[in-house]
Design a protein around this ligand. Structure first.
Ligand SMILES: *Cc1c(COP(=O)(O)O)cnc(C)c1O
Length: 390
């Protein structure tokens, strides 16, 4: 009944699954009939703290009764605390932050800062990247299926192969305003970059007066085993884009700005909802829990366990297992969609990353028992599927 009501009025841009989720707690969600699932979709990597983490719920309830909206033309206590904490945690010297409401907006802000800071318009991004769906972020996104219907897009954007230093060194010049990279490509198939490549990218950017932007919208906030994925390699980007799990499920994006980034003219950029006290309070709770519960370390340890288990299973349908921390991609020898359905039937929700990669983004608070259940369900499902097609 509710499914058909939604189907009648939805915009039609989402491929929808036959499942109505009505409640969540920790790493689990429940459908309308009370059936339980282990949630390795986690809102596309939003629920790093799991669903309804008590610290986030308490912070939101308290702040909702105190002050929900306050535009950035005024100061606010929650915002001030969040900005201080974010810049303290940030890699390198990042002392300023632009707050907004989504990943795409964090990327759009980075584009504007890059243009104004350098006086240049050329931007380099990579094939298979994903940076969002607004027109600017879409131009950077290296996937034809997202771009083609909406052309013409922004001018002066060049796309090059990911993780290939020669391609970057050939493309970059003193006309390049910025290079934008994911430390691990998420939507594009869970592809981690090599440390050497990322270091070379930083060096090439410095040599050319180009700004290096890391899009950590998916990899940030503990997902890969560090608060920010670039910390694995001791890198210092000029801008860092965050969103997804930053405010524990409330909409929030942030663009962290390094010392080489200039300032925009007063009033030339902004956001009505950006930096509102409610999401700032939620984000403060998220960052406190990440640190207190050592969730990045937990993601590193549990991720390794699941990796080892999946690799050791030597599944014939699996071409490769990739990832970092609890960001895991299983590259298959066939299309992933029917397998996602088979996994859902076994009580585990998972994501695709492209046509042939099964992606697992479990909440970082997932228990070891739950994660074992996920590993078992994936292995049994892939084994069963293999038998069925033989
Ligand atoms: C999800 C994602 C985005 C876009 O975030 P939205 O909040 O959907 O706009 C941008 N970059 C990366 C790496 C993402 O994973």
């Amino acid at each position: 009944m509710l499914q058909s009501l939604e189907a009648l009025h939805t915009s039609g841009v989402y491929p929808k699954r036959d499942l109505t989720i009505v409640r969540g707690m920790g790493a689990r969600v429940w459908d309308a009939s009370g059936r339980e699932y282990i949630d390795c979709v986690a809102g596309h990597g939003v629920a790093n703290l799991g669903h309804c983490h008590p610290a986030v719920v308490a912070a939101v309830q308290k702040q909702a009764a105190q002050l929900i909206t306050c535009p950035e033309i005024f100061h606010n206590d929650q915002r001030a605390r969040l900005l201080a904490l974010l810049t303290e945690l940030a890699p390198g010297e990042m002392q300023r932050v632009f707050l907004c409401n989504s990943g795409a907006e964090a990327v759009e802000a980075a584009l504007k800062f890059a243009r104004i800071s350098t006086g240049r318009s050329e931007i380099i991004s990579t094939f298979r990247s994903f940076h969002g769906r607004t027109m600017g972020a879409l131009t950077l996104t290296g996937q034809k299926k997202h771009r083609t219907p909406f052309e013409p897009l922004l001018p002066d954007v060049t796309q090059i192969p990911y993780n290939k230093t020669e391609a970057l060194s050939a493309a970059i010049s003193e006309r390049t305003a910025a290079v934008i990279l994911e430390v691990v490509q998420g939507e594009g198939g869970v592809r981690p970059a090599d440390a050497d490549y990322l270091r070379a990218a930083q060096r090439l950017c410095h040599e050319n007066g180009t700004l290096l932007i890391f899009d950590e919208v998916q990899t940030g906030l503990g997902r890969t085993g560090k608060i920010f994925a670039c910390e694995h390699y001791d890198l210092a980007p000029d801008m860092l884009c965050l969103a997804k799990s930053l405010a524990g499920g409330l909409p929030m994006g942030a663009t962290l700005l390094g010392a080489r980034v200039g300032t925009l003219p007063l009033g030339s950029h902004g956001s009505t909802f950006g930096g509102n006290p409610l999401t700032c309070a939620a984000a403060l709770a998220v960052l406190a829990v990440l640190q207190a519960e050592k969730l990045p370390e937990r993601a590193a340890r549990l991720g390794e366990q699941l990796f080892d288990r999946l690799r050791a299973a030597h599944l014939p349908l699996v071409r490769a297992v990739r990832g970092q921390g609890l960001m895991i991609g299983i590259e298959l020898k066939q299309k992933v969609t029917p397998l996602l359905q088979a996994l859902q039937a076994r009580g585990v929700l998972a994501l695709p990353a492209g046509n042939t990669v099964l992606r697992l983004l479990p909440p970082l608070v997932i228990s070891e028992v739950e994660l074992e259940q996920v590993g078992e369900a994936v292995i049994e499902m892939l084994t069963g599927y293999q038998h069925a097609i033989n």
